[in-house]
Design a protein around this ligand. Structure first.
Ligand code: CP
Ligand code: NVA
Length: 310
């Protein structure tokens, strides 16, 4: 029986069942094929998606807006300054008002609690387009990309090298739910949050994956099928960039480090990449790199997410 996700929000991958994750992947593959063959797939004719951004974006904005258009709906972009939200109107009232006009909301913001509150007080699906804690749409697109390239997820090893940030958190949830092993190497004070590691360890027990939180990038990359990295200073941490650069230099993904992975490893990065910092061109532009496939798959996977929720 098909899984019914209508009306639900997507706030963290941890809240999705494995069946729901596979439903998203199945529909993503079908919508991707329909786009390639030119078959109509206007599953959200007449629906409206509000897109609220408190941080900049290339991929998230363009892929959601293109995606809702291809599905027959309308996307509306609001920057932080365009709405009364959290300025002259609280989240609860804003959520109730927006629910009277829109069919769904995509929000990119700092405080994860704002996304939770928007979903709690409103009556339409809310999609997390990145918070300081999570980036679920990115990781669902990443897992879909791995599935396309490797034909399976279960049993693969992903090595995440760098900051224990929103990407590390969503990858922990996503890998542990889909039976992938994940090894994270970060400097001492930059490890992923304990409670998210704990949630992922619980998933790992159920779905048969292995989780390692390490200091040593070489140990993490050893025999990896996928090497993943992200910026050392995320949006909102720009003032720490110089300090972090010194602390993270040992965590650069370069030809020396990738030697320890399997020969047919995939290199992944959510982008934007700071080339020369967390990754060098020789790796980002190598035949192992799938960074632009990941970026493309944001479109297909988010169309599936919108179609299922809205
Ligand atoms: N990966 C990602 O979310 O990119 P943007 O910040 O450009 O949306
Ligand atoms: N960790 C990065 C991800 C960008 C897609 C950030 O939050 O800026």
């Amino acid at each position: 029986m098909a899984v019914n996700m209508k009306g639900k929000s997507l706030i963290e991958i941890h809240q999705l069942t494995l069946e729901e994750i596979w439903e998203i992947f199945d529909l993503s593959a079908s919508l991707k094929m329909k786009l390639i063959t030119g078959e109509s797939h206007r599953l959200l004719e007449g629906k409206t998606l509000g897109m609220i951004f408190s941080k900049p974006s290339t991929r998230t904005r363009v892929s959601f807006e293109t995606g809702i258009f291809q599905l027959g709906g309308l996307g509306m972009y609001f920057s932080q300054n365009d709405l009364q939200l959290k300025k002259s109107e609280n989240i609860s009232d804003s959520a109730k008002v927006l629910s009277r006009y829109l069919s769904g909301i995509m929000i990119r913001t700092f405080d994860h609690q704002d996304v939770i509150d928007l979903a709690r007080f409103g009556s339409i699906p809310v999609i997390n387009g990145l918070t300081d804690l999570h980036h679920p749409c990115q990781v669902l697109a990443d897992l879909f990309t791995i599935l396309e390239k490797k034909k399976t997820l279960r049993g693969l090893k992903l090595a995440y090298i760098g900051d224990g940030n929103n990407m590390a958190h969503s990858l922990l949830h996503g890998c542990s739910k889909t039976g992938m092993d994940i090894s994270i190497a970060s400097p001492g004070d930059y490890k992923p949050l304990d409670y998210i590691v704990k949630e992922s360890l619980e998933n790992a027990k159920v779905f048969g994956s292995k989780i390692e939180i390490l200091d040593d990038p070489v140990a993490a990359v050893k025999d990896a099928d996928i090497i993943y990295t992200d910026v050392w200073a995320s949006m909102g941490q720009e003032s720490q960039a110089e300090d972090r650069k010194k602390k993270f230099m040992k965590y650069q993904v370069n030809p020396e480090l990738v030697k320890y992975a399997k020969e047919d490893y995939l290199f992944m990065h959510c982008l934007p990449a700071h080339r020369g910092d967390e990754v060098v061109n020789e790796v980002a532009d190598s035949p192992n790199s799938v960074i632009f496939d990941e970026a493309e798959n944001r479109l297909h996977v988010q169309k599936a997410i919108m179609a299922l929720l809205m």
